[in-house]
Design a protein around this ligand. Structure first.
Ligand code: ADP
Length: 521
């Protein structure tokens, strides 16, 4: 029969062991272990240090130790563990005694018990007491068996903490991802939904969770792939593992919650359970609006450019064919007229080809400038003279101050910018009207502008104006010749001069395009 005291100690030990192994929160487990150890040994003070890295132990829980002593105690622990003799009992005893005195002069006894799990030293449990009697072998045995239980609890809590950290890290990665990420169960209910998807779909995370994906992902138009069809025909099990077919690609226009459409591409990747059944589906959702727009622009470009090439070629061929007819006698006026059209159309073709070449070159390298002194007021004057022969319904005003400064620039390119702005001013004021071209000195730069009173543009139409191949989608643009390259090249030329190009416009009110370049003496 065990003496009463021992029985109580054993019951206490069992009860406390149960309580600590039922917990998974590491700091709570440590707190309980420490409290129980100190109570069991009638101690006053205790601490638990856990391994952080190889040979680095840090105090993680204390009882009765003022916080300001922690750095010094951690240092003493470091010395203990790095000293090769450190773990010999007499060395431990001396060092513990030193620690005890550092904490409280009345502490006379100390005991340190290693927390060992699967032959690995997880940490050290230390109890100090003022009680004069030394720790009996029984005390130490009780504490040792308690420490074995505690080590299991600490190990479990550490594992749990690691898993929890990993889970939070994964959640943070999902949330930070610029792409939409969603995890579905096998019945296509949403288990996870990240922030990017909130932005894309207009659904808040809390609202989307547990919904069926078809309630959140409503298609306005689907161009490729269908998850339901794929599942009905046996996907993903009907595809070999690791083959690209394991990934399902779906593309189309989603109907967002606010009724707007969004072009997206979704890649569904299956996650199988250990017995080979479909457990989850991970969906990666990408906003492909820009990609679609670029593709559409490219398509429109091909059709406009073929139209742009065909028209002059047809005119040239028509006039050349007519003029060379051997059975006809043309009077000189008709001949001159025909040849003028041929010349103009050939010029237009040459200009178009030049623009295309410049554009493709610009994609490959930065624009090179052939610099010399230029007089932009003169260039503008000549540009107006040239262009005014092409229209009868527009009138032009030049507004340059006398002695407009000379600067350095590439004359051919700058002429191209002005020609382009002027020809746009004509094209996009089909009713005719005044066109003003002027210059001023502003903030040490030369600023030139072309102002028309034509159709103008809305703010949204202005946004993409300077992009390659971009043309405003309007009835007028559709019937007006153009490739969407003029402003793109104008911007590149101005920027190559270290300048900036800008537009101010409103629908029905006309537009003012302006650019500034630095004055270089
Ligand atoms: P394009 O060859 O189509 O004229 P640009 O790059 O010169 O190409 O111009 C792009 C688009 O910007 C045009 O299609 C037109 O819709 C719009 N735009 C350009 N200049 C004007 C203007 N002065 N007034 C109204 N719209 C303009």
């Amino acid at each position: 029969m065990l003496p009463d005291f021992r029985v109580r100690q054993r019951d206490f030990l069992l009860e406390i062991s149960r309580a600590i192994t039922a917990h998974l929160d590491l700091s709570e487990v440590l707190r309980r272990v420490l409290n129980a150890s100190v109570v069991m040994l009638s101690g006053e003070v205790g601490l638990i240090a856990l391994q952080q890295d190889e040979n680095l132990y840090r105090i993680q829980a204390t009882l009765g130790v003022p916080d300001e002593l922690l750095p010094a105690l951690n240092q003493q622990l470091d010395d203990l563990f790095t000293d090769s003799n450190g773990l010999r009992s007499e060395v431990i005893n001396t060092r513990l005694q030193k620690m005890a005195l550092g904490i409280n002069r009345s502490l006379r006894q100390s005991v340190a018990i290693p927390l060992i799990f699967a032959n690995e030293l997880l940490g050290l449990l230390v109890v100090f007491r003022a009680y004069r009697e030394g720790f009996t072998p029984n005390d130490i045995q009780v504490l040792q068996s308690f420490a074995d239980q505690a080590a299991i609890a600490v190990h479990n809590a550490q594992l749990y903490q690691k898993i929890d950290e990993e889970r939070m890290r994964l959640a943070a990665i999902l949330d930070q991802s610029a792409d939409g990420v969603m995890i579905l169960d096998a019945n296509l209910h949403i288990l996870r939904f990240n922030r990017a998807l909130e932005r894309m779909t207009g659904w808040r995370i809390e609202e989307a969770l547990e919904q069926h994906q078809d309630d959140v992902f409503v298609w306005k138009r689907r161009d490729k792939g269908d998850l339901k069809d794929a599942l009905a025909s046996g996907w993903p099990l009907n595809t070999p593992p690791d083959s690209p077919a394991r990934m399902l690609y779906v593309e189309g226009d989603l109907l967002r919650r606010d009724g707007l459409a969004l072009s997206v591409a979704i890649i569904y990747a299956p996650l199988l359970s250990s017995d080979g059944r479909l457990a989850n589906i991970i969906a990666n959702v990408r906003d492909i609006t820009n990609f679609r727009q670029a593709q559409e622009m490219q398509d429109t470009f091909v059709s406009t450019i073929s139209h742009e090439l065909k028209t002059p070629v047809a005119l040239i061929k028509g006039y050349a064919g007519t003029l060379r007819r051997e059975d006809a006698q043309w009077d000189p006026h008709v001949i001159t007229n025909g040849l003028t059209v041929i010349e103009e159309e050939a010029d237009r073709l040459a200009e178009l080809i030049e623009n295309l070449l410049a554009t493709s070159k610009l994609r490959a390298e930065r624009m090179k400038l052939d610099l010399d002194y230029v007089r932009l007021d003169e260039i503008a004057k000549r540009a107006v003279e040239r262009i005014s022969t092409q229209t009868k319904i527009h009138s032009f005003t030049l507004r340059f101050p006398p002695r407009f400064p000379v600067t350095q620039g590439d004359e051919v390119r700058l002429r191209q910018v002005l020609d382009n702005l002027l020809s746009n001013a004509i094209k996009y004021s089909p009713e005719g009207g005044k066109i003003e071209i002027g210059g001023l000195v502003q903030d040490g730069m030369l600023k030139l502008y072309v102002k028309d009173h034509g159709v103008g543009m809305s703010d949204s139409e202005q946004e993409r104006l300077f992009e390659r191949f971009y043309r405003v989608d309007s009835a007028l643009s559709r019937k007006t010749q153009g490739t969407g390259l003029g402003l793109y090249l104008a911007k590149a030329i101005v920027e190559a001069h270290g300048g900036k190009i800008a537009v101010e416009s409103a629908p029905g009110k006309g537009s003012t395009f302006s650019f500034s370049i630095p004055i270089i003496d």
